[in-house]
Design a binder for this molecule. Structure first.
Ligand code: HEC
Ligand code: HEC
Ligand code: HEC
Ligand code: HEC
Ligand code: HEC
Length: 178
């Protein structure tokens, strides 16, 4: 009997070893506290857009604006055009909405500051999670109550793996690192 690992298994072991090395370097050079937006303090945004007003009070569905979350890797942030679908007539006297109209007139995209972001060595897609029926709030907190989105849930490896274990999804390293 030959007990040496087969070529596929060997490739996976090498990949895992490289991954651990890369992870240690990254973890050392990129302290958690310095990652943009990590923690409870919401980053400033170019326009005072409020989820409490839109998704809370006015009950606009998450997927109306984050249209790719069900079928794509990313959830997507709405274009200025999508905002203007309402704001050519809604709240046009507001200074913040006039700022929005400025972007529309200049045909300039809004540079929203990211809040939830994984390091490059993590593979994540929305599709399998949204299709498994996991609520946005499980991973992002009660966004519909927030005027400014903050990282209410820190999606570190422990949290990802704990849920995968509980829901019998894969906990193979290469599921999330490839
Ligand atoms: C489906 C309709 C709809 C869409 C789409 C929409 N909004 Fe709104 N927005 C509203 C409503 C309704 C209000 C509340 C107006 C009020 O209370 O007078 C509002 C309020 C606002 C306000 C606050 C106005 C104030 O009171 O000062 C801002 C700023 C704003 N929206 C920006 C945006 C941006 C940016 C987008 C796109 C990312 C967007 N909205 C997309 C309907 C919408
Ligand atoms: C009217 C459009 C609109 C609706 C409805 C909406 N969002 Fe958003 N969302 C935005 C915009 C614009 C941003 C970027 C600005 C910001 O972070 O506030 C954003 C940002 C986010 C972010 C942060 C993304 C990042 O940078 O990491 C999360 C998470 C999020 N939304 C979740 C939700 C959830 C959950 C719902 C439903 C409860 C929802 N959104 C409903 C427009 C919307
Ligand atoms: C299983 C956890 C999980 C669920 C469920 C989830 N997200 Fe996310 N979301 C994440 C992670 C992790 C990131 C950061 C991804 C990255 O940086 O690669 C993210 C990023 C985002 C972003 C910013 C980047 C992008 O993809 O456009 C938005 C917006 C967002 N999520 C909205 C939503 C909405 C809306 C829902 C519900 C329909 C949802 N998320 C469900 C974990 C989740
Ligand atoms: C609340 C539970 C939950 C959390 C948190 C969660 N996941 Fe998942 N994830 C699942 C479930 C359930 C599936 C399996 C869906 C299926 O079988 O179709 C899955 C599937 C996946 C897949 C696809 C696996 C495949 O075989 O195609 C990847 C990749 C993934 N998750 C990465 C992540 C990462 C990275 C994080 C953390 C940032 C994370 N997940 C957090 C529940 C979760
Ligand atoms: C379900 C998804 C998932 C699985 C499975 C997973 N990881 Fe991770 N891993 C992550 C996420 C997410 C991070 C980033 C954590 C952060 O941003 O704080 C991470 C980070 C790391 C890091 C960097 C150090 C750190 O803690 O930030 C290393 C090294 C690592 N993983 C190795 C592994 C190994 C080895 C395995 C298999 C035994 C594994 N991972 C399985 C999601 C996963």
């Amino acid at each position: 009997m030959d007990h040496r690992p087969g070529p596929r298994r060997r490739a996976r072991l090498i990949a895992a070893a490289l991954l651990v090395a890369a992870g240690i370097v990254t973890a050392t050079l990129w302290p958690r506290g310095l990652r943009p937006g990590r923690g409870s303090e919401p980053p400033p945004q170019p326009i005072a857009f409020s989820h409490r007003v839109h998704a809370g009070e006015n009950q606009i569905p998450c997927l109306y604006c984050h249209v790719y979350a069900r079928h794509g890797a990313v959830a997507g942030v709405p274009s200025v055009q999508r905002c203007m679908g309402c704001h050519t007539i809604t709240a046009v006297a507001s200074a913040e909405v006039q700022k929005l109209q400025g972007y529309w007139m200049r045909q300039e995209p809004i540079a929203w500051v990211r809040v939830f972001r994984q390091p490059d060595f993590v593979f994540f897609q929305h599709r399998p999670h949204v299709q498994a029926g996991i609520a946005c709030q499980t991973c992002h907190g009660q966004v519909e109550r927030m005027d400014r989105v903050r990282e209410a849930v820190v999606l570190d490896m422990d949290r990802c793996v704990a849920c995968h274990r509980a829901q019998q999804a894969s906990i193979d390293c290469l599921t999330c690192h490839r």
